[in-house]
Design a binder for this molecule. Structure first.
Ligand code: NAP
Length: 241
């Protein structure tokens, strides 16, 4: 599809910003850089090119999100590619984590992606084209032992479940996939991580550009990267993913 509107949540830093930069290289794309601080996001978007626009997107509150979705649809009509990248990671086992942090993890990592998907799928159905990418984590993978902090593993596993269950109700021309970027040097991943934000972004960019015969409703882990990640819960001073 030509002239796609692409929304990247958490597009102002880390992996999200690297995804925005890469997808903006194709000037036929209009890339919406989702951010909480719209002044900073808009300034960043202006530096990246005419086809990048900052859009205010706070995923922590359902009402705020609903109003941002309304604004996006009024201004841009539709979102053809949705990249649910924004995420939070709070430390602690299920006995340690406080419920406010748990609520925030579940809202930002799982429920907000669902609400965004529901908002934009009707437009995708109308055009007959859609790509949805959920940026998940190896720590949300049953195969890899759900080995991250409780609220993070729980919410990312739920995001993977969401990907597979939502796929059942989508037509074949709307592709939804879940992926792990590997361990990446960002605010969340820390400076010890082996992968650059650009390397962390590459799977999401590939999935955003999937051709019509590309895979649907898969969860993809970057094994090359996850192989380098020590298993088990990191020490407090260690970086996280
Ligand atoms: N880095 C890794 O090693 C790694 C590994 C596996 C998976 N991931 C996943 O990759 C994604 C991106 O992570 P990252 O490493 O780039 O992290 P990051 O540098 O901490 O960036 C997180 C992004 O999410 C946004 N965000 C957080 N809470 C939000 C909220 N309530 N509303 C709107 N935006 C919110 C942040 O906005 P602000 O700037 O306003 O805070 C920021 O743009 C996440 O889903 C993460 O779980 C990362």
């Amino acid at each position: 599809m030509k002239n796609r509107n692409i929304l990247v949540t958490g597009g102002n830093r880390g992996i999200g910003l690297a995804i925005v930069k890469e997808l903006a290289k194709d000037k036929e794309n209009t890339v919406l850089l989702g951010c909480r601080n719209i002044e900073e996001g808009s300034a960043m978007a202006a530096e990246l090119g005419d086809n990048v626009h900052g859009v205010g997107l706070n995923l922590s509150e359902r009402e705020d999100l609903a109003s941002s979705i309304k604004d996006i649809l009024e201004r841009y009509e539709r979102v053809d590619v949705l990249i649910n990248n924004a995420g939070v990671l709070h430390e602690g086992s299920f006995l340690e984590v406080d419920f406010e942090k748990f609520d925030e993890s579940y809202r930002v990592n799982t429920l907000a992606p669902l609400e965004l998907i529901r908002a934009f799928v009707p437009g995708m159905k109308k055009t007959g084209y859609g790509r949805i990418i959920n940026v998940s984590s190896g720590w949300g993978s049953f195969d890899e032992g759900l080995s991250g902090p409780f609220s993070y593993s729980f919410s990312k596993a739920a995001l993977n479940a969401l990907t597979l269950t939502v796929a059942k109700d989508l037509p074949k021309n709307i592709k939804i996939n879940s992926m792990c970027p590997g361990w990446v040097r960002t605010r969340m991943g820390g400076m010890m991580a082996p992968r650059s934000p650009e390397e962390g972004a590459d799977t999401a960019v590939w999935l955003a550009n999937l051709p019509t015969d590309g895979p649907l409703s898969r969860t993809k882990t970057n094994h090359a990267a996850t192989a380098m990640i020590p298993k088990g819960r990191p020490a407090k001073s260690r970086t996280t993913r």
